[in-house]
Ligand binder design. Sequence first.
Ligand SMILES: Nc1ncnc2c1ncn2[C@@H]1O[C@H](COP(=O)(O)OP(=O)(O)OP(=O)(O)O)[C@@H](O)[C@H]1O
Length: 292
Amino acid sequence: MANKQSEKRLCKKCNNSRDLFVVTYDISFLAIIDYQVLKELLLFMETTVQGVSGAQASSHEIVMDVRDITKSLPLGRERIEILKGLSFQIQRGEFVSIVGPSGSGKSTLLGIIAGLDNPTTGNVLIDGVDIARMTEGKLAVVRNQKIGMVFQAYNLIPTLTAQENVEVPLYVGKHKGSPAARAKELLDLVGLSHRLGHRPSQLSGGEQQRVAIARALAADPPIVIADEPTGNLDARNGEKVLELIATLRDQTGKTFIIATHDQNVASHAGRTIRIVDGLIAEIDSTGGRIVQ
Ligand SMILES: Nc1ncnc2c1ncn2[C@@H]1O[C@H](COP(=O)(O)OP(=O)(O)OP(=O)(O)O)[C@@H](O)[C@H]1O
């Protein structure tokens, strides 16, 4: 929770930007809000995070269990079927890619398993808890505790330094200890200890994505989900980011799930789930090494 020192620091930022402060509510959505609203939000998060703490601990080997999910949306008088009944399980410590052509439903699926959207039917169990029909308030808490998100466009807060960007989730969650120390440790892990004070505009695309990955790990979620994490990078930097994800998977034992349209990117994962036209066409399980 934000202590006096952090509030002071945030307040200074607000003054610099005319009482507007860019925050990530649960690091899934970026929003520009008034500083007063930010403080209320942090208080709200403190109470709601405490509210679902019972769902946190689990020794399930299956970290994600997706059961026959569908997603359809109204389109004029018709309904468009985007996902047509997908089932799969992901084990703790796997590096899985969801691959498919444009329009196959990857982003829709990712949004549902990340708790950003509800399926029309079916279930999504994360650590044994079904998130499919949770209210938005509870989903926000699940996202904060269970899921770290990485986006194609990095979604870093432009007015904050690399270190401050990584600290943000630590003010929202129940982190014990110094957010600054944790942020430095994570930036060191992603090879950016020499860029702590740089703002996003002063970092290369690959470096920004490394900061975003460090931020996704900040609240220590068991699952990190990345939507086209190399989509804005050239081949060399994309390769580096994928190698980093594989290394972090080995070092942390966390589960990494990436969505991509690029088979080459997908092949870095231990297991590939291929989606075509809203259905699973193939699950390649030649890899799928589990960290013990
Ligand atoms: N809100 C919406 N309303 C209507 N159709 C939608 C909506 N969202 C997605 N779709 C349709 O659902 C299909 C799947 O979209 P989705 O974004 O999940 O695909 P994708 O595999 O991630 O594609 P891409 O790789 O191009 O991002 C597409 O045909 C898309 O047009």
